[in-house]
Design a protein around this ligand. Structure first.
Ligand code: SF4
Length: 335
């Protein structure tokens, strides 16, 4: 019988075997990532699943819950975001939540099966007095036995160190798309600003959660650029959220065309192969995804989801629906 753990490369595959070895490497080129995207879908999913199994138990899915601790009124102009003050959406700006209220939400998330609790604030960057409150939240959420994650905008090295000292496990800061397409999506900060914050987070010893959004009108070359950039950072992000654009009324991307689900699956598979030891997270956009698309994403190497009825301000599948899907697929929460 053939050894299915080491299949021969398909005859159509022109690129070097090291791309499909499952080894963690930071020297990915755009051409290599593009060649992965170009593989026939069955080959791509086969290799993604094979590599996934080298690093993870394929039945386990890491569960995160995301809470908006400060909603709306953001000075940034991200064209996908209903929390930007530049656009007229149904999101109402609120103040930073009380520490005790955040801890209550974290306790409920843990009871519902989450192992990581992410706190998101709609800021360009946190003010130092706000960071005092966020550090208190991090300390108390961590004391519940949850991993902690925050997404607060751009950080200085000092702010990243303060969060690390409070016990922050992960910091989320997405690159969103390729460097070339970034200016089409956001004008109030640069790609380099994002990379600088990622460097501060890494230098502080906080693990990195960094991914992007597909379906914003970018081309495949931009998805290639995003993944090639992530996979050639000095260390791969430990978590790689891949979001599908949620087209929110009032934002400039509200009328964007629906994105091809199979291209979304390809993006997940390429992320899995290029960053084989990272958690690849199915993030925003699951509410509108069929069970079949989500199943293909798990097959392509996704092994993390956001769980709970809301993702910051946009809808997410109800908990019961996720439990049912995981049961149907024979998946279980990662311990
Ligand atoms: S994505 Fe974040 S930074 Fe951009 S507008 Fe929304 S809350 Fe602000």
């Amino acid at each position: 019988m053939d050894d299915l753990t080491q299949p021969p490369l398909p005859a159509t595959n022109p690129f070097p075997a090291h791309c499909l070895s499952g080894a963690v490497r930071q020297d990915w080129t755009r051409d290599e990532v593009e060649a992965l995207f170009d593989l026939p879908l069955p080959d791509l999913i086969f290799h993604a699943q094979r590599i996934h199994r080298q690093h993870f138990d394929p039945r386990e899915v890491q569960i995160s819950t995301l809470l908006s601790i400060k909603t709306g009124g953001c000075p940034e102009d991200c064209t996908y975001c209903p929390q930007s003050a530049h656009y007229h959406t149904s999101v109402k700006a609120g103040r930073l939540m009380d520490v005790a209220a955040v801890v209550d939400e974290a306790r409920a998330a843990k009871a519902a099966g989450a192992s990581r609790f992410c706190m998101g604030a709609a800021w360009r960057s946190p003010k130092d007095r706000d960071l005092d409150h966020v550090c208190a939240m991090v300390e108390r959420v961590r004391a519940l036995g949850l991993e902690t994650c925050a997404t607060l905008g751009m950080l200085t090295a000092e702010q990243a160190a303060r969060l690390r000292n409070a016990g922050l496990d992960y910091y989320n800061h997405n690159l969103d798309t390729s460097a070339e397409f970034y200016g089409e999506i956001i004008s109030t900060r640069t790609y380099q600003d994002r990379l600088d914050t990622l460097e501060c987070v890494r230098a502080a010893g906080v693990r990195v959660c960094c991914g992007g959004i597909v379906g914003m009108g970018e081309g495949r070359r931009d998805r290639v650029g995003l993944i090639a950039t992530l996979a050639s950072l000095p260390a791969h992000p430990e978590s790689v959220p891949i979001n599908l654009l949620v087209r929110v009324e009032g934002t400039p991307l509200a009328a964007e065309e629906a994105f091809d689900p199979l291209e979304f699956v390809r993006t997940i598979a390429v992320a899995r192969i290029a960053m084989p030891a990272s958690m690849v997270r199915l993030s925003a956009g699951r509410e509108d995804m069929s069970e079949e698309t989500q199943a293909l994403c798990f097959l392509a190497g996704a092994n993390s989801i956001f769980y709970g009825p809301k993702l910051l301000t946009t809808p997410n599948p109800k908990r019961g629906r996720d439990v049912e899907l995981m049961e149907k697929l024979g998946l279980m929460p990662m311990r």
